[in-house]
Design a binder for this molecule. Sequence first.
Ligand SMILES: [Zn+2]
Length: 316
Amino acid sequence: MPAVNTVSGPIDTADLGFTLMHEHIIVESPGVKENFPIIDREAEIDKAAAKLKDVMERGVNTLVDLTPGDWRDIPLVKEVVRRSGMQVIVATGIYWEVPHHFRSITGRNIDYIAELFVKDIQDGIMDTGVKAGIIKCATDEPGVTQDVERILRASAKAHRATSVPISTHTHAASEVGLKQQDVFESEGVDLSRVVIGHSGDTEDTNYLRKLCDRGSYIGMDRFGIDIFLENEKRIATIAKMCGMGYAEKMVLSHDAACYFGWVDPPLRERIVPNWHFNYIPDNVLPALREAGVTEDQIRTMTVENPRRIFEKQGAY
Ligand SMILES: [Zn+2]
C-alpha cells in the first residue's frame, strides 16, 4: 500500500483516517522567537499536545501542518507529536511574503529552490530526521508576483520530481486559485494533485466549480474565522457544492494553530472564539448534517479525499 511520511515516520495511506488538511501547530514570524524571549517553549509544547489530544478524542486521526518551510519549527512539532501521539504531516515550501534569499534579484534560479524542497521531502528537514509530506505555496491579494511565481514553479517541479501533493494558500475574493492553476498547468502538473486552499472563504460557487472542474481539490479550510466569512455561509456553500456533486472535491479544516503569534490570545478569544481544532467535529459536522449533507459525503470530505490526495504516487 502507498505510504505517506508523517513526523513520526511513514504510515499507510489507509491509516490516515479523519484528516484535518490545513492546520498549524505553531505560527510565529520567522526569526522572532529565535531572537526575543517571547515564548515559554516547554509550556507551549504542553498546551499544544493537550489540544491535539482533545481533537484525537473527537475522532480526528491526522493533522496536516501546512506551515511553510521558512516559518517551521520542526523540533517543537516533533516534541508535540511525541507527547500527543497525533499523526502529523509537515510541509516544505515558502510563504507568499517571499524571503529575500529566494527572490529573482538574487540571481538564484527556480531549480535551486525546487532542489531545497526535494531535499526536505526525500532526505528530511535539516537534521531533524523528519521528511516533508506535502508542498505548501501561497498567493495572496497582491497576486502572482514575479517572486511568488518562482515559488509556485519550484513547488510544481518538486511535486513532479517526488509526487508529493501541493496545497496552497489563496485570497479567494480575487480568485487567485485559477491563476495558481495556470502556473501549475504550464509546468505540466496534474491539477488533481493540488488542493487550492482557503477556497471556503467565498460563497461564489461559480469560482469554486471552475477550480474543481479543472481537477483540483478545494480547501474549505477556515472554519472558525467568521470575520472572513460567517460559519452559516461556509456551511451553506458546502451543502450547495455537495448538492451539485462536488463532495469528492472538498476537504475540511480550520487553518487554526495551537500557538498563533499574530494576535494576542485575549483578543483572539474575543474576535474568533470558535477558531480551534474541535470546531469541525463539535459544531461544523452537525451543522452540515442539518443542512442536508449526508454521512457518506462527510466521510468523503474528511477521510476519503485526504487519502486519495496522498495515495496517488509516482514521479512524472
Ligand atoms: Zn495556513
